[in-house]
Design a protein around this ligand. Structure first.
Ligand code: PEP
Ligand code: MN
Length: 338
C-alpha cells in the first residue's frame, strides 16, 4: 500500500500516520519526493481496510499496489531515480555508456581499451575479474590482480569502474576497487545473495536473468531495495527464446515496460543481448531510441585474440562509430550523451 501525504504536512502528523500503520504491522519505508512525502507500507494483510488510513489527517491518497514489488515501483516513487556515482549521474537526462572488455586479461589490454573508450565518450569502464563461464575449463578471470589493473586504468583515464560480483565472499574485496557492483544474469534469482547485496554500500547493476520475466526481475531488485540498498540499476541483456539466429533475444520492449513500472534506471547490454559483433550497433541504437538510460557494451582492441566473448566485442573504431550514432538518436529524443 502506498500512502501519499498532502504537501507540507507537519512532521507530527507524519509520525502519527506511521504509528497507526506500524500498529497494523506494516513495515514503513519513507521517501520524500519534490512535492509529496510518500510512505510505502509493506506487509500482506488482505483483511486490512485501507480507508482507515485514508481518513487520517494529512493523507492525500492511498493506493493499493497490485504489483508484487513495492519499493521498485513507480507508484512508490513517481520521479525516476538518479544516482550520482562520483559525478556520473545515472538515470538523468544524460545517457551513460559503460564500455570495456568482457574480461580483464593483462595490463596492456585494459589500459589500451580504457584509453580508447574514454576518448570516444564512455564514462564507466567495464570488465570482469571473476567470470561466470559456462564451462569450468574456460578462462575464469584474473581475480584481485584484474581488479587492481582495472582500477588503475580507470583512474588513469578518469573513468568509473563496474565489475561483476559472483558471490557474497567477494563483496568486500570488489567494493574496494569498483564503483558499481554488477550482478550477472545467472545470479538474478540467487535470493540469499540478493539479500547480502542489500547490505552492500555500492550501487548494484542487476542484469536480467536468462529466463526471467520482467516482474521476476523487479522482484529481485525488490530483495536488494528491501535489504537497505536503494541504488539499483537494471540491465536488459537478452533472454532465452526459441530463436537460435542470435545468442539471446534482446528484449528491447522491456525498456519502456520497465520505465512505466519502475523508477529505477534501466540500461541495455546489446553485446550479450545479440552475441555477435555486427549486430551490436543496431541494437545499441534501438535501445537508446527505446528509452534506455545507458548502454553497456563490450569493446576489445584485439577481439580475435580475446580470452572471452571476442566475437561480440566491438573494435575500437566500431565503438566510436556507435557513439556517434547513439548521440544523434539521444538528441532526437531530447536526451544527450556528453
Ligand atoms: C558480462 O557482462 O560479462 C556477463 C557475464 O554478463 P551476463 O551476466 O549478462 O551474462
Ligand atoms: Mn561477456
Amino acid at each position: 500500500m502506498i500512502v501519499v501525504l498532502e504537501p507540507g504536512v507537519a512532521e507530527k502528523q507524519i509520525e502519527d500516520i506511521i504509528r497507526v500503520l506500524r500498529d497494523h504491522k506494516f513495515d514503513i519505508h519513507r521517501s520524500a519526493g519534490v512535492q509529496h512525502t510518500v510512505l510505502g507500507a509493506i506487509g500482506v494483510h488482505p483483511e486490512f481496510d485501507h480507508r482507515q488510513i485514508e481518513l487520517l489527517p494529512g493523507v492525500a491518497e492511498v493506493l493499493r499496489v497490485t504489483d508484487p514489488f513495492k519499493l521498485a515501483s513507480r507508484a512508490f516513487k513517481r520521479e525516476g531515480s538518479i544516482f550520482d556515482i562520483g559525478g556520473v549521474k545515472i538515470g538523468g537526462n544524460e545517457i551513460i555508456v559503460m564500455a570495456g572488455p568482457c574480461s580483464i586479461e593483462n595490463e596492456k589490454q585494459i589500459f589500451t581499451i580504457a584509453k580508447y573508450v574514454k576518448e570516444s565518450g564512455a564514462k564507466i569502464l567495464r570488465g570482469g575479474a571473476f567470470k561466470p563461464r559456462t564451462s569450468p575449463y574456460s578462462f575464469q578471470g584474473l581475480g584481485e590482480e584484474g581488479l587492481k589493473l582495472m582500477r588503475a586504468a580507470a583512474d588513469e583515464y578518469g573513468l568509473k569502474v563496474i565489475t561483476e560480483v559472483m558471490d557474497k565472499s567477494q563483496i568486500d574485496l570488489i567494493e574496494k576497487y569498483s564503483d558499481i557492483l554488477q550482478i550477472g544474469a545467472r545470479n538474478m534469482q540467487n535470493y540469499t545473495f540478493l539479500k547480502d547485496l542489500g547490505k552492500a554500500s555500492k550501487p548494484i547493476m542487476l542484469k536480467r536473468g536468462l529466463a526471467a520475466t520482467i516482474d521476476e526481475w523487479l522482484m529481485s531488485a525488490e530483495y536488494i531495495l528491501s535489504g537497505g540498498n536503494q541504488k539499483v540499476i537494471l540491465c536488459e541483456r537478452g533472454i532465452r527464446t526459441f530463436e537460435t539466429a542470435t545468442r539471446n533475444t534482446m528484449d528491447i520492449s522491456a525498456i519502456p515496460v520497465i520505465k512505466k513500472k519502475s523508477h529505477l534506471p534501466i540500461f541495455a547490454d546489446p553485446s550479450h543481448g545479440i552475441g555477435i559483433r555486427d549486430k551490436v550497433i543496431p541494437m545499441a541504437r534501438a535501445s537508446v531510441a527505446a528509452g534506455a538510460d545507458g548502454i553497456m557494451v563490450e569493446v576489445h582492441h584485439d577481439p580475435d585474440h580475446a580470452l572471452s566473448d571476442g566475437a561480440q566485442s566491438l573494435y575500437p573504431d566500431q565503438f566510436s562509430q556507435m557513439m556517434k550514432e547513439v548521440r544523434i538518436i539521444a538528441q532526437a529524443i531530447e536526451r544527450f550523451i556528453a
